[in-house]
Design a binder for this molecule. Structure first.
Ligand SMILES: Nc1nc2c(c(=O)[nH]1)N[C@H]1C(S)=C(S)[C@@H](COP(=O)(O)OP(=O)(O)OC[C@H]3O[C@@H](n4cnc5c(N)ncnc54)[C@H](O)[C@@H]3O)O[C@H]1N2
Ligand code: MOO
Length: 429
């Protein structure tokens, strides 16, 4: 049994001719594995990379109890409700230069933000609250409570405890956190490499002269953009003519040099297409009709895994040709699968609830992704309307939209003011 057949057999209700979006994700989850190789990189090179090991904090951050304000440090037990407190200023503690004198019975130490709390003090009164006269400081009644304005040792990160866990994608905050631990390098999974090409004799490369019946290739550019935003290394194989030798060479080259291959076009019912035949010949591939819109036909599997085919293998995502279908299937299926291959923790997309600005017809039994524009109305309501023409060739709809309205599998018609889920693009697109 091929691995495709095995996965299919393990999924209850699997029907390649009417697959639910949920089944597609479940299938891909079983098909792909995280990469194994890791490398150590400097922090500045780690942005967007995926952490390959838990990081245990080697130190306490902050390393000492310290002041959160510029002001005066003193013993909070001296405070009495309703009464001012007059103390003698006995020294100054600076950030990076601790004060180590004797506090005495009624002493206070002038202190700067970040300076270590002197022995015997646990409370800081901000400088703008106090009155100074000569060597004394008066704290008005009830402006601070014991323990105020003090930051505790290890309150951010405690030595010996996990600071970050494997699978975390390193964003700006995580980089800063690693730096705060004094760590110059970090172990990350190696970068994923994805090859892509477009198929179809009617597809023009940029620079080609326009001709009747032909369209310029947009899919390679949207795919390039979405992969690059994920921090993936790309291998662009161009537009491949619909002939077996050219397709075979492209698939073999891609399988040798990349972890995954993304193609667009040629996976539906078309007559002239050799793409499907070549996928079958070189790989272990399932051909689906998905219960969704857009993005109905799709091929998924492994290239370089067919019987009698030797050499390297790569995961195949054979996306439909229509430009919006490419982007939607990428977001819904390819992106989560690639994140898993990158070693990243699984994360369900955060769906926003918005009120529909229009009625939408929807048949239960398939998932629909409509291009939506979400805005906030004067009364605070989040409102979403569609971009208009939802044809799967209308790429301008993806540019106008700031999210996808997700009409779920079982959902029916939507009336004006009904709440709908929206998957916001948020820098992904
Ligand atoms: N009888 C049926 N016909 C179609 C079905 C179906 O179920 N039964 N499904 C439709 C759906 S849904 C889609 S999506 C397309 C997918 O077809 P293919 O994957 O075979 O793609 P093509 O036929 O090659 O192209 C479809 C469409 O997209 C344009 N295209 C293709 N590649 C590019 C590119 N790189 N850049 C810009 N535009 C591209 C192409 O010119 C076609 O207009 O099939 C339906 N038909
Ligand atoms: O895959 Mo298609 O986009 O539903 O036209």
């Amino acid at each position: 049994m091929s691995s495709i057949d095995q996965i299919a057999a393990a999924l209850e209700g699997y029907d390649p001719q009417a697959l639910s979006a949920h089944h597609v994700n479940a299938f891909l989850d079983r098909l792909v594995q995280p990469v194994e190789q890791t490398e150590d990189v400097e922090l500045f090179a780690a942005l967007g990379r995926v952490l390959a090991q838990d990081v245990v904090s080697p130190i306490n951050v902050p390393p000492h109890d310290n002041s959160a304000m510029d002001g005066f440090a003193f013993a909070g037990e001296l405070l009495r409700a309703g009464q001012p407190l007059r103390l003698k200023v006995v020294g100054t503690a600076l950030a990076g230069k601790a004060w180590a004198g004797e506090l005495g019975q009624d002493g206070a130490v002038k202190i700067m933000t970040g300076a270590i709390m002197p022995e015997g003090t646990d409370t800081v009164v901000p400088i703008e609250f106090v009155k100074l006269d000569g060597e004394h400081v008066t704290i008005p009644a009830d402006v601070v409570r014991p323990g105020d304005n003090r930051r505790l040792l290890g309150e951010d990160l405690m030595a010996g405890l996990p600071a970050l866990t494997r699978g975390q994608t390193l964003g700006p905050a995580a980089l800063g956190l690693l730096a705060s631990l004094g760590l110059p390098r970090v172990p990350v999974y190696r970068r994923l490499k994805v090859a892509y090409f477009s198929t179809g004799d009617e597809i023009l490369s940029l620079g080609d002269a326009p001709r009747e019946g032909a369209v310029y290739d947009s899919n390679r550019y949207t795919v390039f953009g979405m992969l690059t935003r994920m921090g993936i290394e790309v291998l662009d194989l161009g537009v491949i003519r619909d002939e077996p030798a050219a397709l075979e060479a492209a698939f073999r080259h891609a399988a040798r040099h990349a972890d995954a291959i993304i193609t667009s076009g040629g996976v539906s019912m078309g007559e002239a297409d050799h793409t499907k035949a070549m996928m079958k010949q070189l790989g272990d591939v399932a051909f689906w009709r998905i219960a969704m819109r857009p993005g109905r036909p799709m091929a998924v599997g492994k290239i370089g895994k067919a019987e009698g085919v030797s050499g390297a293998s790569a995961i195949l995502f054979g996306l439909p040709g229509n430009p919006v279908a490419v982007m939607v299937t990428f977001l819904a299926f390819v992106r989560p699968a690639l994140l898993r291959m990158m070693g990243a923790n699984p994360a369900e997309p955060v769906l926003l609830k918005a009120r529909s600005g229009e009625a939408m017809r929807k048949k239960p039994g398939r998932t629909e992704y409509q291009r939506g524009i979400v805005s906030r109305e004067a009364d605070g309501t989040l409102r979403v309307r569609t971009t208009g023409n939802q044809g799967s060739g209308v790429l301008s709809s993806m540019v106008q939209a700031n999210g996808l309205i997700v009409l779920h599998h079982q959902q029916g018609n939507v009336a004006v003011d009904d709440e709908v889920d929206v998957m916001m693009f948020d820098g992904v697109i």
